[in-house]
Design a binder for this molecule. Structure first.
Ligand code: ADP
Ligand code: MG
Length: 312
């Protein structure tokens, strides 16, 4: 059940890839051992994310999304494999560097807004909280927190306590909190998991706006496929591995701002790509195999007119 060790076919271009991307996951494996069961939450996951990208990683419950996100956040160590952030091997860093990384490089938004906010602080105080450890005057701190809240359209709730706000409002404050220390990467775990679809849409728009206005890299993990509509790069995760990737069609991207939510669902937004791994393997879906009438484990592979054809 263990994936083959791919390090022998290590990509010679890894140095280039590491430089060009803010994040590179190289053969990430995570094995959880409990008393009598072993769960392999990540099974040799490969992923590259460029600076300033907004991506959604979508998969069913148990597919390894939170494990991956926590790893990117420096909270969970891989069993094997490497994670490079800005070209640096994250888990080769001394503990002090890792703490620094968690504090400054990444910002987290969790599904449960209760996990994001202090209940006894107002919205504004919550957004200011991460700045208490920075060398910053009280006035500057307040200005910064308010300008973030303004960008996210939640400044009118500055003096409200979390219990006086709706779930969607709390989540918007949580986004401002996560941005307060100017992280390079914003990580969100099921940020729309606990709100209705209208609020979910609004939160998606906020992520897009923040991405466009600040250029921060944003990674959202979710089981909610509707999130794919507004994100240009959608990565599908299954059984601890990336299965396919959907890239938004340019024509659709240009229309996005004009489309209403209802018309969005009717337009073919993305093109789906399979992932070619480092060992040059591609996973074929059961559906595709059935449609091609392939029912054994032997397939014919030929190149014809510049295309690779896989047949029975
Ligand atoms: P997702 O976020 O996609 O629902 P997770 O990353 O939380 O998936 O979990 C992936 C798999 O790893 C699941 O089978 C889950 O039960 C298991 N898992 C996650 N965390 C732990 C843990 N701390 N101990 C044991 N198993 C875990
Ligand atoms: Mg999860």
């Amino acid at each position: 059940m263990y994936p083959e060790n791919n390090t022998t076919v290590e990509n010679e271009n890894i140095e280039e890839v590491k430089k060009d991307n803010i994040l590179v996951c190289d053969g990430l494996v995570k094995l959880y051992k409990t008393k009598d069961v072993e769960v392999m939450a990540l099974q040799g996951l490969e992923l590259e994310i460029g600076r300033g990208e907004l991506v959604a990683i979508i998969g069913k419950s148990g597919s390894g999304k939170s494990t991956l996100l926590n790893m990117i956040g420096g909270l969970e160590k891989p069993t094997t494999g490497k994670l490079y952030v800005d070209g640096n091997d994250l888990f080769a860093m001394p503990e002090k560097g890792l703490v620094e990384y968690r504090r400054h490089t990444v910002g987290f938004v969790w599904q449960n807004s209760g996990q994001n906010l202090f209940p006894y602080l107002t919205a504004l105080q919550n957004v200011e909280a991460p700045l208490y450890f920075e060398n910053m005057s009280q006035k500057k701190r307040k200005e910064k927190a308010l300008s973030l809240m303004k960008m996210i359209g939640i400044d009118h709730k500055a003096n409200s306590y979390p219990t006086q706000m709706s779930g969607g409002e709390q989540q918007r404050v949580a986004i401002a909190v996560a941005l307060a220390h100017d992280p390079k990467i914003l990580l969100a775990d099921e940020p729309t998991g606990a709100v209705d679809s209208k609020t979910s849409n609004m939160i998606q728009d906020i992520f897009r706006k923040i991405n466009q206005e600040t250029g921060i890299t944003i990674i959202i993990v979710t089981h909610d496929i509707s999130l794919a509509n507004k994100v240009s790069r959608v990565i599908m995760i299954a059984d601890g591995k990336i299965s396919t990737e959907k890239i938004m069609k340019e024509q659709y991207r240009q229309q996005l701002d004009k489309l209403t939510t209802e018309s969005l669902a009717e337009v073919e937004s993305h093109e789906e790509y399979s992932i070619l791994d480092k060992a040059r393997r591609v996973q074929l879906s059961q559906e595709a195999l059935e449609m091609a009438g392939i029912d054994s484990n032997k397939v014919r592979v030929e190149v014809k007119d510049g295309k690779i054809i896989i047949s029975k």
